[in-house]
Design a protein around this ligand. Sequence first.
Ligand code: ADP
Ligand code: ZN
Length: 219
Amino acid sequence: MNLLIMGPPGAGKGSQAVIIKERYNIPHISTGAMFREAIKAKTKTGLLAKEYIDKGELVPDSVTIELVRERLQADDTKNGFLLDGFPRTIAQAQALDQILSEVGKKIDKVINLVVDEEILVIRISGRRVCKTCGETYHIVNKKPKVEEICDVCGGELIQRADDNVATVTNRIKVYYEKTRPLLNYYDDKGILINIDGSGEIEETFRYVEKIMEDANDLT
Ligand code: ADP
Ligand code: ZN
């Protein structure tokens, strides 16, 4: 199954993606995570991406599309994949269709997490990530056992550079302007599924599971 997970920043795409990946055994492809890795490794793409990410702007389509094109060539995408954070513009969505059609594939389902704007800012500003393994936490909703220390690996918990209020506000604005119109694009194809993402991670995942079961009934 080739899946997309969509929703505004803070909707919980990453949290769901981690569970979906485990449960359905498909690779989780997050352009945000790929950019963060490139920044850490100080590659050319990383240095360029950083300038946009720090401001809450989108990295240019040409760069992002090439990154995804390459990633989708990897062998582990043969039996399906979950794209998270891509596409974010109509041009990216069209490019994705093109990339997939060249290899006789298509997107089967688009899971859209619906969450009110007030909740988004609270979620993102309280988010912490492990500097070492990338595990995410929340200062209210998902506290680590020991303050500022990762439960998984003992690493230090930090705030993502683009999770400050000013950048978050811009990311949400950019989402409404550039990414939200994609929902119509996929709705017109009849593959968009909206689910409530305002509850707990497990609760949202139960809706995701339901969708996957319904999809299997059809095949
Ligand atoms: P979130 O969904 O919480 O905003 P991501 O980790 O998906 O976070 O993305 C972080 C940042 O990386 C974005 O704000 C943007 O600058 C950049 N980025 C990620 N994916 C894309 C994309 N498909 N196109 C352009 N920029 C992207
Ligand atoms: Zn860790």
